[in-house]
Design a protein. Structure first.
Length: 222
C-alpha cells in the first residue's frame, strides 16, 4: 500500500491549542485517538492523515522548544509520522497515541541535538588546531565536519548490519535515550537480555569501525 504523503517542509503551521476540556471530554479524545491508531494499524491512510493534522502543529511547537530551528523541527516531526506509518502493523501503544508521539518527538529532538554537538566539537577542534604553532597544516573546519559526517555514516551502516534484536536494542538505547528498563519494556524482554544485546552490538561496532577510526586518528595527527 502506498504511504500517505507526509509534508517535509512548508507544512501548514497553524497550531492546534492543547485542550482545556474537562476530564470526560479528554477521555473521549483519547478514545478517539486510540480508534484512529487501530485504523492506522489496519492500513487506513485517511486515519493516518487525520492523526497527522490533529497533532502536527503542537508537536512542531514542542520540537521547537528543543531544536529552535523551524525546518529542523518540521523534519523531526515528519520523520516520526513516517515511521509510524512504515511500522504501523507493529505499533503498540501503552500510553496512548498522544503520549507516544510526544515521547518520539522528544527522543528525535535530543538525538538531533547530540549530532549537532558532535559537529560543533569537531568544528571547534579544527579551529583550535589551526591556531597551534609548529603543528604543520591543520585540517580545515570543513574537513573536520566532513570526517565527522563520514564517521557518522559509517556508524549508521555498521548499525544497520547488526542482528535485528541487537540493532533494535542499540538504537532504542543509544539513539533514543531509553534506559535498559525502558528498552526491555519496549522489546518485551528482560533488562539482562537488553544488556547482552547492547554488549554484542558494541563489540560488533568496534570490530567494524576499528579500521576507519584508526585512519581518522592518523589523518588528524598527520
Amino acid at each position: 500500500m502506498r504511504a500517505p504523503r507526509v509534508p517535509r517542509r512548508r507544512v501548514s503551521r497553524a497550531l492546534f491549542p492543547e485542550s482545556a476540556a474537562p476530564g470526560g471530554e479528554r477521555a473521549e479524545a483519547e478514545e478517539a485517538d486510540r480508534a484512529l491508531a487501530e485504523r492506522i494499524r489496519e492500513g487506513d491512510a485517511a486515519a493516518f492523515e487525520t492523526l497527522f493534522h490533529r497533532y502536527y502543529g503542537r508537536l512542531h511547537a514542542f520540537a521547537r522548544t528543543y531544536v529552535r530551528a523551524p525546518e529542523a523541527a518540521e523534519d523531526l516531526v515528519a520523520d516520526v509520522f513516517v515511521r509510524v506509518w512504515e511500522r504501523r502493523t507493529e505499533w503498540e501503544l501503552r500510553g496512548g497515541p498522544r503520549a507516544y508521539l510526544y515521547g518520539a518527538v522528544r527522543n528525535e529532538a535530543l538525538a538531533w541535538l547530540r549530532r549537532q554537538r558532535m559537529l560543533d566539537r569537531a568544528h571547534a577542534d579544527a579551529l583550535r588546531d589551526d591556531r597551534r604553532p609548529g603543528m604543520g597544516a591543520a585540517p580545515l573546519a570543513g574537513d573536520a565536519q566532513l570526517e565527522a559526517r563520514e564517521l557518522a555514516e559509517a556508524i549508521d551502516r555498521a548499525v544497520d548490519a547488526l542482528p535485528d534484536r541487537s540493532r533494535e536494542a542499540f538504537v532504542l538505547h543509544r539513539r533514543h535515550g531509553l534506559s535498559y528498563a525502558e528498552v526491555a519494556a519496549a522489546m518485551d524482554i528482560s533488562p539482562r537480555t537488553v544488556e547482552v544485546h547492547i554488549g554484542r552490538a558494541f563489540k560488533a561496532l568496534r570490530t567494524r569501525l576499528s579500521t576507519l577510526l584508526s585512519l581518522l586518528v592518523m589523518l588528524s595527527v598527520g
